[in-house]
Design a protein around this ligand. Sequence first.
Ligand code: LHQ
Length: 264
Amino acid sequence: MQASDSVLSAVEDGVLKLTLNRPDKLNAFNIEMHVALRAELERACDDTTIRAVLLTGSGRAFSAGQDLSDRDPRKRTAPHDLGHSLDTYYNPAIRLIRDLRKPVVVAVNGVAAGAGANIALACDIVIAARSAKFVQAFSKVGLVPDAGGSWTLPRILGEPRAKALMLTGEPLAAETAAEWGLIWKAVDDVDLLDQAGQLARKLAKGPTIGLGLTKHLIQLAASNTLDAQLDLERDSQRVAGNSADYAEGVAAFLDKRPPVFRGE
Ligand code: LHQ
């Protein structure tokens, strides 16, 4: 199924592969791309045959963030309400990625700048091409970090590195991002899509209910007390323990055979 030219989509082996596709604009976000991405993320949520998402970009970039030619102040008599852009487009996308109870792998194939960087960093497992870089470009155009970046970077990197990256807009190389724990790993450019695809397919064959609950637990850990987290683990384990995939996992272990999880 192909929803829009600006986001290519295909489902194979339980993986919804989404490719941001405005390569001549370094996959910068315009409204059409936002609408298409949102529709695809909603589909990932609703369609039980989709058990993992793989997001990437076409051409030499992952995404250069907001399409600035769409936001040219010289072409307006009144200023744009950028808060409205965030409410309508970016924030729902970040919430959909984080709330989706299925793993989202992102293959960062080249530069990821501005909101493009922070959309990538909102995904569950970030694999980047060694040549890719992450640029908190906002300060260069007089804006503040958005798309969740001002939340994600200080939590993962701490204030010193988050502030330096965000105040200077200096690019962060994929390998350094991996050394700093901001992403899962940097791989050779030629191997990126193979490795990210293999990982997404493996996750799509996993116990989807348990994986979704695990994602949720990890996301709440930093803001929960230990007591609240222990309660949440109990509640989540109750749900996981009632899943058919748990029964299959234990049966397969006892039978000494690989499990066949159905995501149920
Ligand atoms: C672009 C863009 C772009 C349009 C490259 N737009 N054309 C903002 C406002 C509204 C609501 C809420 O949120 C936001 C959040 C944001 O995302 S703000 C930050 C927006 N992004 C940026 O400031 C990044 C701007 N781009 C760059 O700094 C560079 O292009 C990077 C570092 C990404 C890549 O540099 P190069 O590899 O040297 O490529 P380039 O600069 O030559 O760009 C190639 C083409 O892509 C070029 O077009 P052209 O027709 O000359 O070939 C650029 O104009 C176009 N392009 N980013 N965001």
